[in-house]
Design a protein around this ligand. Structure first.
Ligand SMILES: Nc1ncnc2c1ncn2[C@@H]1O[C@H](COP(=O)(O)OP(=O)(O)O)[C@@H](O)[C@H]1O
Ligand SMILES: [Mg+2]
Length: 250
C-alpha cells in the first residue's frame, strides 16, 4: 500500500475537520485522482455533507471495524473519483468496543493496494480510540485550527498523543501541516491568532488560510462539496490551494 493516508484530527469540535476533509478530498478527486474519504465520526457529518442519510445506508464504518469488506461499505458520491466510507451513529459504540492498541483500520487499509492514492480520514472531536485508530492507520496528519481565541489550547495534548501513537503503534505517522480555518480578515483576533499559530508551528502551517465563508457553511446542506456548490467562491479557491500544498508536501 503506497497510498497517502491523511488523518484530519483535532480533539476540539467545530474547528473545520469535516469541512476540510470533504473539500480537500473533493479537490483532489476533481483533479482526476481516486480518493477515499473515511468518515470515522459517529456524528456522520462528512456522510450527510455529501448527501447521504446514514439510516438509509446498509453498511457504515462501524461495520468496517467489525469485519465488513471495504468494497461493501464504500459508496460512490456525486463527484467522480470521490468514494466515501460512510459513518452511522452506531459507530459511537466502537469507542467502547475497540481495544486500546488495536489497529483495525490500518489492517484494513493494508489491503486496498493502489486503488486509492489518497485517503482522508475524518476524525471525531476526541482523542479516544477512534482517533487513535485513525492515527495508527494514517501516514500523515493534518490539523485544522480555528482562528479563534484558545486556538492553541489542546494542540500540545494532540501532538503528545501523536508522539505516543508514533512510538507505540505507527512510526510512519508524520505531520503534514496545520491549517488555519474560518479566518475572518476583518477581525484583529483572527490576525492575532493566525500569527500566534505561525509563530508556534513555523513552516508546518500551510500558507493558504481558509477564510470564513458562508458558501462553505452552506454546501453541506446541499449535500455537495464546495467544488460543486460554488466552484468560484473564495472558499473553493482556498481549498484548491490547500489541496495543492498538501499534494506538493509529499
Ligand atoms: N471556513 C468556514 N467558513 C464558514 N463556516 C465554516 C468554515 N469551516 C467550517 N465551517 C462551519 O463550522 C462548523 C464546524 O465545522 P466542521 O468542519 O464541522 O468542524 P469539525 O469537523 O472540526 O467539528 C460547521 O457548521 C461548518 O459548516
Ligand atoms: Mg466533524
Amino acid at each position: 500500500m503506497n497510498s497517502r493516508v491523511y488523518a484530519l484530527a483535532n480533539q476540539k469540535g467545530g474547528v473545520g475537520k469535516t469541512t476540510t476533509a470533504i473539500n480537500m478530498a473533493a479537490c483532489v478527486a476533481e483533479a482526476g485522482t481516486p480518493v477515499l474519504l473515511i468518515d470515522l465520526d459517529p456524528q456522520a457529518n462528512a456522510t450527510t455533507g455529501l448527501g447521504f442519510r446514514p439510516d438509509q445506508l446498509e453498511l457504515s464504518t462501524y461495520d468496517l471495524l467489525h469485519g465488513s469488506a471495504l468494497d461493501d461499505v464504500v459508496v460512490e458520491t456525486g463527484v467522480p473519483n470521490l468514494h466515501l466510507a460512510p459513518s452511522h451513529p452506531d459507530l459511537a459504540a466502537a469507542q467502547v468496543e475497540l481495544a486500546a492498541g488495536d489497529t483495525l483500520l490500518r489492517d484494513l487499509l493494508a489491503g486496498i493496494g493502489d486503488r486509492y492514492p489518497y485517503v482522508f480520514v475524518d476524525c471525531p472531536p476526541s482523542l479516544g480510540l477512534l482517533t487513535v485508530n485513525a492515527l495508527s492507520a494514517a501516514n500523515r496528519l493534518i490539523v485544522p485550527v480555528q482562528c479563534e481565541y484558545y486556538a492553541l489550547e489542546g494542540l500540545a495534548q494532540l501532538l503528545q498523543s501523536v508522539e505516543l501513537v508514533r512510538t507505540r503503534l505507527n512510526p510512519r505517522l508524520g505531520v503534514t501541516g496545520v491549517l488555519l480555518t474560518m479566518y475572518d480578515a476583518r477581525t484583529h483576533l483572527a490576525r492575532d491568532v493566525a500569527s500566534e499559530v505561525r509563530e508556534h508551528f513555523g513552516p508546518l502551517v500551510f500558507d493558504t488560510v481558509v477564510p470564513r465563508s458562508i458558501r462553505l457553511a452552506e454546501a453541506p446542506s446541499h449535500g455537495v462539496p464546495i467544488t460543486r456548490y460554488d466552484s468560484r467562491s473564495a472558499g473553493a479557491d482556498a481549498y484548491y490551494r490547500v489541496a495543492l500544498e498538501v499534494v506538493e508536501r509529499g
